[in-house]
Design a protein around this ligand. Structure first.
Ligand SMILES: Cc1ncc(C[n+]2csc(CCOP(=O)(O)OP(=O)(O)O)c2C)c(N)n1
Ligand SMILES: [Mg+2]
Length: 795
C-alpha cells in the first residue's frame, strides 16, 4: 500500500489497527515478492541494480495465479496463530502455488533452519530464488521438501480429506485448508465436504476450509465462481458449513474483511469445541468456513501484450514470458517486482526487516515447523496384542476351517482397544462384510449425522470410519498417517482401484521423504483387501479384479510390499508385521470365506518370515530332486494347488512333486530389484534350475512373469491366474473359468513334465472329464460338486 491507501486503510472498518494492517500488508508484499523472485530470478535478488536479461531464469517454471491468495491466507493465519497461540498447520490445495508456501517458510525462518545454505539474507535469498523449479533444486509444488507440508497438491482434489485426516484424534489442532475453486470441481474434493459428518468436536481437531474463489483454473472459469452467490452459499450450507464471504480487490478492505472473518471463524471453532468438551453433548455443529473471492494473479501484471492478465485465467502460470528479445517484458517484470518495494521489506543484509520477522508465531507454532506436519517425529508405536494368542489351533492340515478376516477381526478389535488415540480402521461400508465385525465389540462407527433406532454401532466416538468413498477413506487415512498415527484401510479388492491415482501420489511422497533427512518415517498404509476376485458370491464380473497388485508393484521397490497369506494364521502374522512397519505401502490380500487352515501359528510365523517356502508335508520329493514344482500364491490358488498335489500323489505316486507357497510376493523379484527379493542361488534351489514350475497365482499371470523373467528357470515357469473370465457363479466354476482349478493344474503337470504325456493320457482325459462333471453339477444344482465341497487334505 502506498501512503494514500494507508491513510484510507485507517478509515476502513475492521479489527486491524492501521499499524497492524500496514504490517500485515507488508508481510503479504514480502511473500509476494519472494514468490515472483523464485519464479523469475537467477540473480540480483534484491534488485540492487537494474534488472538485466541475465538475471532472469532461462526456463520460467511455476504458478503465479494462485500464489497471492495463498500468501494472503498464510499471513492472516500467522497473525491469528500468534494472537491466539494456536496449534495449526496449512494445507494448500492448489499445491502448484509452491513458491508462495516456500516464501512463507523462508520468512518464518524454518526453511533456513532446515536448509542452512538458503540463509535468511541476500546470499540465501539468491539461492532461494535460483533453486526453485531449477535442476538440482526444489520442485515447483508444495512438495515434501517444503517444511510444514503434508500435501503436495500436484494432483488436485485431496486437500480437504488430508485436512480432516490430520484433524482426527488431534483435539488441539487446527488445519487451515485452502481449496482451489478448480480443485473443488474434482469428485474427491466434492465428496470431501461430507467429512464434517465424521468429525467429533470433542475428540477431534478442527478444519478451517477456505474456498479460494479466484475465479479460474488453467484456461477456464471455475464452476463455483459462476453459479451465483446464492447457489454457492446454499451448496456450502447444505454441506453443514457456515460460510463467511470475503470478497474484493482493494487490499486494505480485503485485509480488514479477512482478519475479521478469520477471527470470527476461530472464535466459532473455539465455541463449538468448548461446548462439546464441557457439556458432554456432542452434536454435529455448523462449522465455519471461508469463501475468499479475490482476483487470480492479484498484484501481478494487469495486462501483457495488450491482453488482460490479472484477474483472468492468463495469470495461472507465468504471466510474463520475458522472451529473450523482449525488453518490454523485462521492464514490466522489474516494475512488477519493485511494486512490492523490496527496499522497505528487506534490510541491508537481505534479511526480512524486524517488523516482518515479528509477525509470525515462534518455534513450533510456526505452521512450517509444526511437528504434526512431520508426523514421523511424533509417531508413537502401537501397543500390539500378541497375535499368537488369536491363532487357529490347526489339528490336521487344513483343519479346522476358518474365516481368516474374522480371525483377524478379534486381533484388530484388541488393537483398537489398546490404542484409543492413534489407530483407526477405515473402509467404504465393508468392515462388517469383510468380517472384521468383532471390532464393534469395543467401538462404533464414527458418525455425527442423525442416529436412528436400529442403526448398527454408530456413535460420535467410533474408531471405525466408514463412508462409501474409497477416495475419502484413502485421503483421511493418508492425513492421519502423515500426522503420525496408524491405520488400516479395508476394501473390496476390485474397488481399491478407485484410488489408484491417490496411491501413486502417496507412493511418490513416501519415496521422496525417505531421502529428506529431517522428515522422519511415518506408519505404513495398510490395505486389507478381502472380498477378492475368487469369492464374489453375491456379485459378479464387476467385482472381479485383482489388478491393484499390478498397479502398486510399479512403484518404487523400497516402498511397496505385497502379501497373500494363504490362511488365518499367516494373515495374523502378516498384519502384525505390517502394523509395525514404517513408510511402506503394504497390500494384503486375504480371504473372508471359510477356508482351510494349513499352518500352525509357529509354522505360520516361520513361513511369513521366509516369505516363500517349501511345504514339505504337501510334497513327496523328500530326499530327491522334484520332477515338478507346484507353486502357489493366494488362498484360493493354494487350495487348488494342494488339491492338485493330492490328485498327483494318488494317481502318479512315482512323480516327485514339490509344493512351494509364496506369501511375500516381492520375494520373486531379484534381490537387485527389491529389498525382499530372493538371491538367485536361493531362488534356484527352491524353484529348481530346470524343472517345470506350475505356478497358481491369485491375480493376473503376467505379473509373475514380470517379477521372475530374469530367474534361471523362467523358461519353465507356467503361470495360471485370473484371465478376466468372471461372472456370478460358484467358487469352483470361477477357478475353472480361468483354468486355475486343481484338474487343470494336473493337466498342466502332465503337459509340462517330460515323459509324462502319452503314458498318462488316461489321467489327462479323466481330469478333463472331471472339469466337465463339475461344470454340469453347477449348472444342474447351483452349487459346487460334493467332490469339491468335501475335499480335504488326506489325514
Ligand atoms: C487431478 C488434476 N487434474 C488436472 C490438473 C492440472 N491442473 C493444474 S492446476 C489446474 C487448475 C487449478 O485451478 P484451481 O484449483 O482453481 O487453482 P488456482 O486457480 O488457485 O491456481 C489444473 C486443471 C491437476 N493438477 N490435477
Ligand atoms: Mg482457481
Amino acid at each position: 500500500m502506498d501512503t494514500s491507501t494507508n491513510q484510507r486503510a485507517a478509515t476502513i472498518e475492521g479489527p486491524l489497527t492501521s499499524e497492524e494492517l500496514r504490517r500485515l500488508d507488508a508481510y503479504w508484499r514480502a511473500a509476494n515478492y519472494l514468490t515472483v523472485g523464485q519464479i523469475y530470478l537467477l540473480d540480483n535478488p534484491l534488485l540492487r541494480e537494474p534488472l538485466r536479461m541475465e538475471h532472469v531464469k532461462p526456463r520460467l517454471l511455476g504458478h503465479w495465479g494462485t500464489s497471492p491468495g495463498l500468501n494472503l491466507i498464510y499471513a492472516h493465519m500467522n497473525r491469528a496463530i500468534a494472537a491466539r497461540d494456536l496449534n495449526a498447520i496449512f494445507i494448500a490445495g492448489p499445491g502448484h502455488g509452491g513458491p508462495a508456501v516456500v516464501a512463507n517458510t523462508w520468512l518464518e525462518g524454518t526453511f533456513s533452519e532446515l536448509y542452512p545454505s538458503v540463509s535468511r539474507d541476500e546470499v540465501g535469498m539468491a539461492r532461494l530464488f535460483r533453486q526453485f523449479s531449477f535442476p538440482g533444486g526444489i520442485p515447483s509444488h508444495v512438495a515434501p521438501e517444503v517444511p510444514g507440508s503434508i500435501h503436495e497438491g500436484g494432483e488436485l482434489g485431496y486437500s480437504l480429506m488430508h485436512a480432516y485426516g490430520a484433524a482426527f484424534d488431534n483435539p488441539d489442532l487446527i488445519v487451515m485448508c485452502v481449496v482451489g475453486d478448480g480443485e473443488a470441481e474434482t469428485g474427491p474434493l466434492a465428496g470431501s465436504w461430507l467429512s464434517n459428518v465424521f468429525l467429533n468436536p470433542a475428540r477431534d481437531g478442527a478444519v478451517l476450509p477456505v474456498l479460494h474463489l479466484n475465479g479460474y483454473k488453467i484456461a477456464n472459469p471455475a464452476v463455483l465462481a459462476r453459479i451465483g452467490n446464492e447457489d454457492l452459499l446454499s451448496l456450502i450450507r447444505g454441506y453443514g458449513h457456515d460460510p463467511i464471504v470475503v470478497s474484493g480487490d482493494d487490499p486494505p478492505r480485503v485485509h480488514q474483511q479477512l482478519a475479521a472473518a478469520v477471527d470470527h471463524a476461530l472464535e466459532e471453532i473455539a465455541a463449538i469445541q468448548h461446548s462439546a468438551r464441557t457439556t458432554g453433548r456432542v452434536e454435529r455443529p455448523r462449522w465455519p468456513m471461508l469463501i475468499l473471492r479475490t482476483p487470480k494473479g492479484w498484484t501481478g501484471p494487469k495486462e501483457v501484450d495488450g491482453k488482460p492478465v490479472e484477474g483472468t485465467w492468463r495469470s495461472h502460470q507465468v504471466p510474463l514470458s520475458v522472451a529473450r528479445n523482449s525488453p518490454e517484458h523485462l521492464a514490466q517484470l522489474e516494475r512488477w517486482l519493485r511494486s512490492y518495494r523490496p527496499e522497505d521489506l528487506f534490510d541491508a543484509t537481505g534479511a526480512p526487516v524486524n517488523e516482518l520477522t515479528a509477525l509470525p508465531p515462534r518455534g513450533e507454532r510456526r505452521m512450517s515447523a509444526n511437528p504434526h506436519a512431520n508426523g514421523g517425529t511424533i509417531l508413537r508405536d502401537l501397543v500390539l496384542p500378541d497375535f499368537r494368542q488369536y491363532a487357529v489351533a490347526v489339528e490336521h492340515r487344513g483343519e479346522p476351517r476358518a474365516e481368516p478376516t474374522r480371525v483377524l477381526g478379534d486381533w484388530v478389535r484388541d488393537v483398537i482397544r489398546a490404542n484409543p488415540d492413534r489407530f483407526r480402521l477405515f473402509g467404504p461400508d465393508e468392515v462388517a462384510s469383510n468380517r472384521l465385525g468383532a471390532v464393534f465389540d469395543v467401538t462404533d462407527r464414527a458418525f455425527l449425522g442423525a442416529i436412528r433406532h436400529g442403526d448398527d454401532h454408530l456413535s460420535p466416538d467410533g474408531r471405525v470410519v466408514e463412508v462409501l468413498s474409497e477416495h475419502l477413506c484413502q485421503g483421511w487415512l493418508e492425513g492421519y498417517l502423515l500426522t503420525g498415527r496408524h491405520g488400516i484401510f479395508t476394501s473390496y479388492e476390485a474397488f481399491i482401484h478407485v484410488v489408484d491415482s491417490m496411491v501413486n501420489q502417496h507412493a511418490k511422497w513416501l519415496k521422496v521423504t525417505r531421502q529428506i533427512p529431517w522428515r522422519r518415517p511415518i506408519a505404513s498404509v495398510n490395505y486389507l483387501l478381502s472380498s477378492h476376485v475368487w469369492r464374489q458370491d453375491h456379485n459378479g464380473f464387476s467385482h472381479q479384479d485383482p489388478g491393484f497388485i499390478d498397479h502398486v508393484v510399479n512403484k518404487k521397490a523400497e516402498i511397496v510390499r505385497v502379501y497373500l497369506p494363504p490362511d488365518a494364521n499367516t494373515l495374523l502374522s502378516t498384519m502384525d508385521h505390517c502394523l509395525r512397519s514404517r513408510h511402506y505401502i503394504n497390500v494384503v490380500v486375504a480371504g473372508k470365506q471359510s477356508g482351510p487352515s494349513w499352518l500352525s501359528m509357529d509354522e505360520a510365523v516361520l513361513h511369513c518370515r521366509r516369505g516363500v517356502g517349501i511345504w514339505e508335508w504337501a510334497g513327496n520329493h523328500a530326499g530327491s530332486d522334484p520332477d515338478v514344482v507346484l507353486a502357489c500364491c493366494g488362498d484360493v490358488p493354494t487350495l487348488e494347488t494342494l488339491a492338485a498335489a493330492d490328485l498327483l500323489h494318488r494317481y502318479l505316486p512315482q512323480l516327485n512333486v514339490r509344493v512351494v507357497n509364496v506369501v511375500d510376493l516381492m520375494r520373486l523379484q531379484p534381490a537387485s530389484e527389491h529389498p525382499h527379493g530372493l538371491p538367485d542361488p536361493q531362488f534356484d534351489t527352491i524353484f529348481t534350475m530346470d524343472r517345470p514350475v506350475i505356478f497358481a497365482y491369485h491375480g493376473y499371470p503376467s505379473l509373475i512373469h514380470r517379477l521372475t523373467y530374469r530367474r534361471t528357470n523362467h523358461a519353465n515357469l507356467h503361470v495360471r491366474g485370473y484371465k478376466e473370465e468372471g461372472t456370478t457363479t460358484t467358487p469352483f466354476d470361477m477357478v475353472m473359468l480361468n483354468d486355475l482349478d486343481r484338474f487343470h493344474l494336473v493337466i498342466d503337470v502332465i503337459d509340462r513334465v517330460p515323459g509324462l504325456g502319452t503314458a498318462v493320457a488316461h489321467l489327462r482325459q479323466e481330469m478333463e472329464d472331471a472339469r466337465q462333471e463339475c461344470r454340469n453339477h453347477t449348472r444342474q444344482y447351483g452349487e459346487d460338486a460334493p467332490q469339491i465341497l468335501d475335499w480335504h487334505w488326506p489325514r
